[in-house]
Each structure stands twice: as C-alpha cells, then as structure tokens.
Design a protein around this ligand. Structure first.
Ligand SMILES: [Zn+2]
Length: 63
C-alpha cells in the first residue's frame, strides 16, 4: 500500500477512510491524519472525533 501523498507516512485503514470521507470518495492517493487535518485547517483530534462518529453510524470505511 502507498503512503501519504504528502509526507510518505504509512496509512492506516481509517486514515484512508477519512480521506475518502472528507476529500473524495474515489481518491486513489491519500493523506495521513495529520496532513488531512492540515489541508482541512482543523485539529487532528477533530479527525479522530469524526472517525469515531462515522464508526458509530456504521460507516464501512472505518474499523
Ligand atoms: Zn502525511
């Protein structure tokens, strides 16, 4: 699996899910949690909170 397109960090399943959810569902390249937060201009903690929320809703992009 490819890493973050910005910093090269290895990506977790949930980071890929977050990128799809926040940026583009059909994306082929992804950002890690930190780079995603930066590009959205939010705190990484918000990304975590959103992932938890999507998980509770039963979203299959997250484990
Ligand atoms: Zn990154």
């Amino acid at each position: 699996m490819e890493g973050c397109m910005q910093c090269g960090k290895n990506l977790s399943f949930n980071e890929i899910g977050a990128h799809k959810k926040f940026i583009n569902r059909g994306a082929r390249q992804f950002l890690c949690r930190n780079c995603l937060a930066e590009s959205l201009n939010v705190d990484p903690e918000l990304i975590d909170a959103k992932i938890e929320q999507f998980k509770l809703q039963g979203c299959t992009l997250f484990v």
